[in-house]
Design a protein around this ligand. Structure first.
Ligand SMILES: *[C@@H]1O[C@H](CO)[C@@H](O)[C@H](O)[C@H]1NC(C)=O
Ligand SMILES: *[C@@H]1O[C@H](CO)[C@@H](O)[C@H](O)[C@H]1NC(C)=O
Ligand SMILES: *[C@@H]1O[C@H](CO)[C@@H](O)[C@H](O)[C@H]1NC(C)=O
Ligand SMILES: *[C@@H]1O[C@H](CO)[C@@H](O)[C@H](O)[C@H]1NC(C)=O
Ligand SMILES: *[C@@H]1O[C@H](CO)[C@@H](O)[C@H](O)[C@H]1NC(C)=O
Ligand SMILES: *[C@@H]1O[C@H](CO)[C@@H](O)[C@H](O)[C@H]1NC(C)=O
Ligand SMILES: *[C@@H]1O[C@H](CO)[C@@H](O)[C@H](O)[C@H]1NC(C)=O
Ligand SMILES: *[C@@H]1O[C@H](CO)[C@@H](O)[C@H](O)[C@H]1NC(C)=O
Ligand SMILES: *[C@@H]1O[C@H](CO)[C@@H](O)[C@H](O)[C@H]1NC(C)=O
Ligand SMILES: *[C@@H]1O[C@H](CO)[C@@H](O)[C@H](O)[C@H]1NC(C)=O
Ligand SMILES: *[C@@H]1O[C@H](CO)[C@@H](O)[C@H](O)[C@H]1NC(C)=O
Ligand SMILES: CC(=O)N[C@H]1CO[C@H](CO)[C@@H](O)[C@@H]1O
Length: 640
């Protein structure tokens, strides 16, 4: 054993130094004696504001070239110049929905249609929209997409396509995570051994761990294939040091997760919604109303002040852990180990580990110590349960029904004119989106957590389906003058639903492996789904997108839009009408209690009953698991 640990220690020393321990374990670092890590959510952070100055300069040029190109055939093309002369540049955000690998792959195709680095995107797509975007938010599977592009030095889907078949290929999910080595069980065993070591190291350092740690580690091998052990020492805040982010050559990435109140297992629109950005994590919601420096998560604080003066913790914000946090719905996937083709000895070991956890904790990520303990920014009349707790429990960002990460993009200070909503949700029983996430966010604005944002009117799910609002791009909130009842004028929503073009992209949320050909077909269909089939169904679609982008500024400046835009809004805006008859569309909740995972070899169902009750902290996993694990694997691999 000692020898094994010595070997591991040696390896760890050679790892790239992002976490102070060079490993998955957080470590102590010094910080200023008077540091306060928490602030009230009263506006954007100074760092975000400073970053935006650089980004605005970049998007201004990128958007000008997109709009010029998209409106080149308009009879009067001087509108764009007139708008630019006014000095008011429209601001764009893009949101990528959850939905497992379906959302990641189809979303990647969609995003590639907006990305001028994709071949063909300028000619028969919307290339340049992504370069014009200020914010790029992702949730669950959508965050796998955003996170893996952003934290790989803003790589592109085109790069992924071009690098297919290489050893360190991004998103190689031909084998399921449970069985990463495919038929090579030793390769799988070695992977799981590394994951075990990493999680053990975090626990040794005094931090509670959960299935999310294992899940995040396992995912990371697909997302950071060029990094040592899938980036076990790679942190979220490292992005601040990446040139492409520092120079604002990429949009500002945001990940979303939901808070779960201590003492309850309910996740609904009243739950506190958290965002992670490269500088901070926290919530705009009145039930928290605070942000903390994401780099020093793991520090024991009261009201933002470290308990041990001058001593902070860093390395807790592991990139894979945060990506796992946004997607904890899939933690349950780990419980499927029994039904796959894994070798029986590995199965047995993992089951031992899982036996220690109660069902209710399948889906949590533990942030302990709670970075917001005893903070004083909760709005009056709101529960203090989040800040009173010693633990912060976060779960999958889609569990409150808002499967598109709108809320961070709707904040008034972010000042967006238009949001591109890439929806790969499985709202219908056959895994197509049908607007449920829009309806949820629409409703949230009228609830206790909705004070800070406005969202356009949207119809019921029957209308979405019967009027085909979910089968081609649809614009919501076209007329600011029709929304004066809301808190303020919301951004215009360009809703881009997953729909069939060249491939049946309505794959199961719980399909956990895709071969190379399937990945390419998902990419291609995603591209076609958001471009009216490469502009063949409507050669004027890029111009219509330009009209949508310029609409809010046109309204506020009382300018006259080009005449082509009138036809565009007739074609693409929801007209405010609802379906007369009910179709009784059957829908799936985003976090339905019963999930079916589709693996290489088998389909299995696991039901998790989520009940109310006083939660117990999950038991610290007994060390015997690790001892057995490393011993057996050590022998198997001939290390010992
Ligand atoms: C970090 O600091 C805490 C509290 O000061 C201490 O208990 C812990 O042992 C330290 N960890 C390491 C790895 O030095
Ligand atoms: C994409 O757009 C950016 C911003 O306008 C520009 O700097 C870059 O050269 C473009 N890239 C390609 C491949 O067109
Ligand atoms: C403008 O018209 C030309 C000639 O018909 C066509 O090739 C080009 O694609 C059109 N541009 C847009 C943005 O529709
Ligand atoms: C063209 O558009 C500009 C800006 O919107 C406007 O000032 C001008 O009058 C328009 N020209 C014609 C001929 O309509
Ligand atoms: C649409 O464009 C994409 C990207 O250029 C391409 O991969 C795809 O084959 C095109 N689809 C059709 C039907 O031409
Ligand atoms: C990003 O680029 C830098 C500089 O080229 C490199 O050191 C780093 O490893 C890259 N990060 C990732 C995740 O590829
Ligand atoms: C949210 O809270 C409000 C008021 O506290 C309550 O009326 C409403 O039923 C709650 N919503 C849900 C979905 O529980
Ligand atoms: C795992 O599989 C074995 C044999 O197929 C079965 O007896 C056992 O109950 C299963 N365990 C779980 C947790 O499903
Ligand atoms: C954090 O510090 C408090 C003392 O303020 C202590 O009671 C608590 O146990 C510490 N928590 C952790 C996780 O170390
Ligand atoms: C907006 O413009 C229209 C005509 O272009 C004009 O009738 C109207 O008074 C203007 N409204 C404001 C508020 O300037
Ligand atoms: C805006 O309101 C007008 C009149 O109230 C209505 O005719 C129109 O359909 C509405 N437009 C949209 C896009 O909802
Ligand atoms: C949260 C965060 O990134 N804070 C940083 C903002 O920028 C100042 C100075 O540039 C740093 O000191 C903060 O740590």
């Amino acid at each position: 054993m000692l020898l094994l640990f010595a070997v591991i220690a040696l390896i760890l020393n050679e790892a790239v130094a992002w976490s102070p321990t060079n490993s998955y374990a957080p470590g102590n670092v010094s910080c200023a004696d008077d540091v306060n890590l928490v602030r009230e959510a009263s506006g954007l952070s100074a760092n975000e504001t400073a970053w935006l100055k650089k980004r605005d300069a970049y998007t201004k040029d990128a958007l000008k070239s997109f709009l010029d190109r998209a409106t080149e055939n308009f009879t009067n093309s001087s509108f764009v110049d007139a708008l630019w002369n006014s000095g008011k540049t429209p601001k764009l955000g893009v949101g990528c929905s959850g939905g497992g690998y379906r959302a990641m792959l189809s979303g990647a195709g969609m995003l590639s249609a907006l990305d001028n680095r994709t071949s063909g995107a300028d000619k028969h797509g919307l290339g340049g929209v992504l370069q014009s975007a200020t914010y790029l938010a992702g949730l669950s599977g959508g965050n796998w997409l955003v996170g893996s592009l952003a934290w790989n030095n803003w790589t592109s889907v085109q790069d992924v396509i071009d690098n297919r078949g290489q050893d360190d290929e991004l998103w190689d999910i031909s084998n399921s995570i449970l069985n990463p080595g495919g038929i090579n069980i030793f390769s799988s065993a070695s992977r799981w051994d590394q994951i075990s070591d990493a999680v053990e190291a975090k626990q040794h350092a005094g931090f509670n761990t959960s299935l999310t740690d294992i899940w995040g580690r396992a995912l990371s091998y697909n997302f950071f294939p060029t990094l040592y052990r899938g980036g076990e020492a790679y942190t979220w805040s490292t992005l601040r040091d990446a040139d492409v982010f520092k120079n604002a050559e990429m949009p500002f990435p945001i990940s979303v997760a939901d808070g779960r109140y201590p003492g309850t297992e309910i996740i609904d629109l009243n739950s506190t919604l958290f965002e992670f950005n490269p500088f901070e994590m926290g919530s705009w919601d009145p039930s928290l109303n605070a942000f903390t420096d994401v780099k020093y998560l793991g520090t024991n604080v009261t009201n933002g002040t470290p308990v041990a003066k001058g001593q902070c913790v860093a390395g807790f914000d592991n990139t894979g852990f945060i990506m796992g946090t946004s997607s904890t719905l899939f933690n349950q996937f780990l419980l499927q180990l029994n039904t796959t083709s894994l070798s029986s000895f590995l199965k047995g070991i993992v089951e031992d580990f899982l036996d220690d956890l109660s069902d209710e904790y399948d889906d949590i990520a533990i942030y302990n110590p709670n970075p917001f303990r005893d903070t004083e920014f909760v709005a009056s009349n709101y529960s203090h349960s989040v800040v009173d707790s010693s633990n912060l429990f976060l779960v999958d960002g889609g569990e409150d029904g808002e499967n598109i990460p709108f809320v961070p993009l709707l904040q008034e200070d972010r000042d967006l004119d238009v949001i591109f909503a890439l929806d790969n949700s499985a709202d219908t029983e056959d895994y197509w989106p049908a607007g449920l996430s829009l309806i949820a966010t629409y409703e949230r604005q009228f609830g206790p957590q909705g004070k800070d944002f406005a969202f356009p009117y949207v119809p019921d799910v029957d209308t979405f389906v019967q009027h085909g609002l979910n089968s081609k791009p649809t614009f919501f909130g076209c007329e600011a003058s029709n929304m004066t009842d809301l808190t303020r004028t919301p951004p215009l929503i360009v809703y881009m639903p997953n729909n069939r073009q060249s491939y049946n992209s309505n794959t199961s949320t719980f399909k956990m492996s895709y071969d190379s050909a399937q990945r390419m077909q998902m990419f291609q269909n995603g591209f076609e789904a958001v471009t009216r089939n490469n502009l063949t169904d409507d050669s004027g679609f890029a111009g219509c997108v330009a009209c949508a982008i310029m609409k809010r500024k046109q309204e506020s400046l009382n300018m006259t839009l080009p005449s082509e835009c009138t036809q565009c809004f007739q074609d693409y805006c929801w007209d405010g009408k609802t379906a007369s008859s009910s179709a009784n569309v059957s829908t799936l909740g985003p976090a339905s209690g019963s999930v079916s995972f589709v693996t290489d070899s088998a389909t299995s169902t696991s039901s998790s009953s989520k009940k109310n009750g006083e939660p117990q902290m999950p038991q610290s996993h007994s060390m015997s698991w690790y001892v057995v694990f490393t011993t057996v694997l050590g022998v198997a691999l001939g290390i010992m």
